[in-house]
Design a protein around this ligand. Structure first.
Ligand code: NAD
Length: 352
């Protein structure tokens, strides 16, 4: 069976979804779009879609099964609620809303109308995340105690509406939301403390550098950093585990694992102080190379098409949503705590 989809907001992401769905999923057909910008309207027509004259015409179009909302962040809540009320299933771009309270309003309407609502958390299918998952699931490394996840660039200035508070701009909402969603997918434990630091280095109103530290009930520390003024990039992932360390340098998945050889963790270190490049020390004496092994990253390639496949399966009644209400609400509650911690300039205790 084929399902008809429309897009609200035919900018960078809206048009990306259109071409991606055309290529990756035969069960969903994008047939129309609505945008307020004249140039976007022209592009809609150029790309052989129906251009809705106004949003009411889309609400009234009973042939549409599914609508994707890919407008600036502040407009998601209003569109989502109105589209659900008009009888459409809705996928919303991330960040789904600006806070948890807005999202709760959307799910109330979704439940009343019986139409589904979900979020495009596409970065759950990123190859780097799936590779990290693989390292833990196959016990290549175990007992992580600190995980660092970073996305950094040096563009400095934020593009368009992303620079304005009223539109839900800034890096917490833009990239932070992806990295926090990945973290929640990766760590099977509750968060018990959040400390977030937001900086506006170049941006006037919003954060363009975001660092947060999350303490989990199982003892793990997770550090997230998004930065737009990094001229020497840090690794995308750095995993510190009791039996080794892994590094994923970049999106090309360069990196390695260095793991202790069996029983070599209890090496008989000299009792005497040692003179090293760091000066006299016992604690930081370099480890003999023959006590560790270097393992290539066990790379897993992700497919973003799996997201649309899930949506088509839900529409066909064959599956339930991968990005669930509980997950989306938990993520937005975490976003609320990030802003609270930054505003109060202190960590926030929680059980989330
Ligand atoms: P964009 O500025 O390129 O596109 C937004 C479009 O929405 C524009 O064409 C604009 O004219 C239109 N628009 C603005 N206000 C509108 C309104 N009230 N009604 C209808 N149309 C309106 O922005 P973008 O980069 O495409 O981002 C759109 C959404 O997608 C954001 O929520 C963003 O966070 C998200 N996004 C997600 C990813 C991802 O990887 N999942 C990547 C980029 C952007």
């Amino acid at each position: 069976m084929s399902f008809k989809m429309a897009i609200v907001g035919y900018g960078g992401m809206g048009s990306w979804h259109h071409s991606n769905i055309k290529e990756l999923n035969k069960e969903i057909e994008v047939v129309g779009a609505f945008d307020i910008r004249p140039e976007a309207k022209e592009k809609i027509i150029e790309n052989k879609l129906h251009s809705y004259e106004n949003i009411q015409k889309l609400y009234d179009d009973k042939s549409i099964d599914l609508v994707l909302v890919s407008t600036p962040n502040d407009t998601h809540v209003t569109y989502a609620i109105s589209l659900l009320k008009s009888g459409k299933n809705v996928i919303c771009e991330k960040p789904v809303t600006l806070n948890k309270a807005e999202l709760e309003r959307i799910y109330e309407v979704s439940e009343k109308t019986g139409k589904f609502f979900t979020v495009h958390q596409n970065r759950r299918w990123d190859s780097d995340l799936l590779t990290v998952k693989n390292i833990f699931e196959n016990k290549i490394l175990s007992k992580p105690y600190t995980i660092e996840s970073r996305v950094q660039g040096s563009r400095k200035s934020l593009h368009g509406w992303r620079g304005y508070k009223i539109n839900g701009g800034g890096m917490v909402y833009d990239w932070g939301i992806h990295l926090m969603d990945q973290m929640l997918q990766l760590i099977p434990s509750k968060i018990i403390e959040v400390e977030a630091h937001l900086h506006s280095i170049d941006a006037k109103e919003v954060d363009d550098d975001f660092t947060a530290m999350f303490r989990f009930e199982n003892g793990l520390t997770f550090i997230i950093n998004i930065d737009m003024q990094c001229f020497i990039l840090q690794p995308r992932w750095y995993l510190k585990c009791s039996d080794g360390t892994a590094i994923i340098e970049n999106w090309e998945l360069d990196g390695k694992i260095v793991k202790l050889l069996d029983d070599e963790g209890s090496l008989d270190w000299s009792e005497d102080i040692v003179y090293t490049a760091a000066g006299p020390t016992r604690s930081m004496v370099p480890r003999p190379k023959n006590t560790t092994q270097e393992i290539p990253l066990p790379i897993v390639k992700g497919e973003w098409s799996d997201y649309y496949k899930n949506i088509a399966d839900v529409l066909n009644g064959k599956s339930s949503l991968i990005v669930t209400k509980e997950q989306a609400l938990r993520l937005m509650e975490l976003v609320d705590l990030v802003f609270l911690s930054n505003d109060n300039k202190q960590s926030v205790k929680c059980f989330l």
